[in-house]
Design a protein around this ligand. Structure first.
Ligand SMILES: *[C@@H]1O[C@H](CO)[C@@H](O)[C@H](O)[C@H]1NC(C)=O
Ligand SMILES: *[C@@H]1O[C@H](CO)[C@@H](O)[C@H](O)[C@H]1NC(C)=O
Ligand SMILES: *[C@@H]1O[C@H](CO)[C@@H](O)[C@H](O)[C@H]1NC(C)=O
Ligand SMILES: *[C@@H]1O[C@H](CO)[C@@H](O)[C@H](O)[C@H]1NC(C)=O
Length: 415
């Protein structure tokens, strides 16, 4: 619940109902596809954006894996949540800052305009809204004293379905609590503290969130779940609750990378892919959207006795370093050009955080994630058995678009 400290949007496109309620956005969600755009061109730019998002998934995964490897940690995140947040930021970016965001996200600026990208994300978020098991969206929190360009907020509302709030960032505890309550509500309590602390110079906070809850098409039987060992590495074994079923299961063995791929469909168009490699590093170095497409296409059903652990994990990242390594440098320092948000004050991004959760049990899986970005004033800133009993990767994807909602590596389900 938003607190009474929340102000009200003063925006031509949005109608806000009452102090302390968020904008209901009457009339602001205009289907851009209805406008006079060539449908062929918009379809092809949407597919360029979608394939860039797929490539971005593995670029980001490899960066996070490189950072996590030394610590032997699980990895779990939502690439689409990160892409949405960065694309929304790029609406307000100009010059080299904008070029870096586009390059980092894999958008070719000689073919794609910001409007094409906005339209593609609009379509993508609209599809997510039409699916019962997902809830995906964005929000922007703006300081009472800060006046972003109306065009920036309009695009966020229209294309990224952003909820807008005015808050008082001078009280950092109070404003962090407000943002955290919003994210907790959107992720049904799974992520209750996206923001640990806020930079006192924050004037705007941009977030994206995603919630997914799927039921297995074929649930596991709870009576078959037994304690078993999970082999973390040569020296470490940990106890897990191992679920089991013997069923006709879709499976693919990818010989060149010695990886077994198990397909567990949800009772919808979503699926979980579980990847058990002979060697994790080999899989991590080569995995690409083409692999996922090949697996989904060629997997064959046969009877298997499968063992999958029941687990709940949480992850938390500060993405400043990995995004910088991916070439998105200027937004973080005094080279930042966010003049599309405001040109009265110099702005920069002080922090990009990402938190995610994954719960897998006999009935299905629940996965959530949120990406938060604080924008601060620059001048002030600073039968054969297939047993998942050793580290494996996990992907949650939509089968038709093959959009990656979540991806991760489970090294220790008890972490
Ligand atoms: C961007 O698109 C242009 C035109 O199709 C192409 O020549 C160029 O190689 C592309 N750039 C990248 C980085 O893919
Ligand atoms: C900030 O907000 C918290 C919680 O509402 C309140 O307890 C605290 O006194 C406020 N601090 C300032 C400096 O206003
Ligand atoms: C799957 O969905 C269908 C239709 O929505 C429903 O009839 C069926 O009971 C569901 N199965 C499970 C295992 O939830
Ligand atoms: C493939 O991985 C398995 C472990 O899952 C290993 O026993 C086997 O030797 C590997 N095969 C090849 C060809 O590397």
């Amino acid at each position: 619940m938003m607190r009474a400290t929340l102000g009200v949007w003063i925006l031509s496109a949005a109608i806000c109902v009452g102090r302390g309620h968020h904008c209901l956005g009457t009339g602001q969600v205009k289907d851009q596809a209805d406008q006079h755009t060539a449908h062929d061109h918009s379809a092809s730019s949407a597919s360029l954006v979608n394939s860039a998002n797929k490539e971005f998934t593995y670029h980001l995964y490899r960066k996070l894996a490189a950072h996590a490897d030394s610590q032997g940690k699980n990895i779990f995140f939502s690439p689409i949540s990160v892409s949405v947040a960065l694309a929304a930021l790029s609406v307000g970016a100009r010059g080299e800052t904008h070029r870096q965001l586009f390059r980092g996200l894999g958008f070719n600026s000689s073919i794609l305009t910001q409007a094409n990208v906005d339209q593609a994300f609009h379509a993508l978020l609209k599809i997510a809204k039409s699916h019962e098991e997902t809830n995906e969206g964005t929000a922007v929190f703006v300081d009472n004293s800060f006046k972003p360009h109306a065009e920036f907020l309009d695009v966020l509302k229209q294309s990224y379905f952003a909820d807008g709030f005015n808050i008082d960032f001078t009280n950092t505890t109070d404003s962090a609590n407000t943002i955290n309550r919003y994210v907790a509500e959107k992720t049904r309590g799974k992520i209750d503290k996206l923001v640990d602390s806020l930079d006192p110079n924050t004037v705007m906070y941009l977030i994206s969130y995603i919630y997914f809850k799927g039921k297995w098409q074929t649930p596991f039987e709870p009576e078959l779940t037994k304690e078993d060992e999970f082999i973390v590495d040569e020296n470490t074994k940990v106890p897990v609750q191992m679920m089991n079923m013997e069923e006709d299961i879709e499976y693919y063995y990818d010989q060149p990378i010695n990886t077994s791929v198990l397909h567990l469909p949800f009772n919808s168009s979503y699926s979980m892919l579980l990847l058990l490699p002979g060697d994790m590093a080999t899989l991590e170095n080569v995995i690409s959207p083409a692999h996922v497409a090949k697996w989904l296409k060629w997997m064959k059903s046969r009877r298997y006795d499968i063992y999958v652990p029941k687990f709940s994990i949480k992850s938390s990242y500060k993405l400043n370093d990995v995004l910088t390594e991916m070439g998105m440098t200027d937004m973080f320092d005094d080279h930042a050009d966010l003049s599309g948000i405001s040109d009265l004050q110099r702005l920069a991004v002080s922090e990009v955080v990402h938190k995610a959760t994954l719960d897998v049990d006999e009935a299905g899986a629940t996965a959530t994630a949120s990406t938060g970005m604080s924008i601060t004033l620059l001048s002030l800133r600073l039968i054969p058995a297939l047993k998942f009993n050793r580290p494996f990767m996990v992907i949650i994807t939509e089968r038709n678009t093959q959009e990656t909602l979540f991806i991760g590596k489970i090294i220790n389900p008890n972490e």
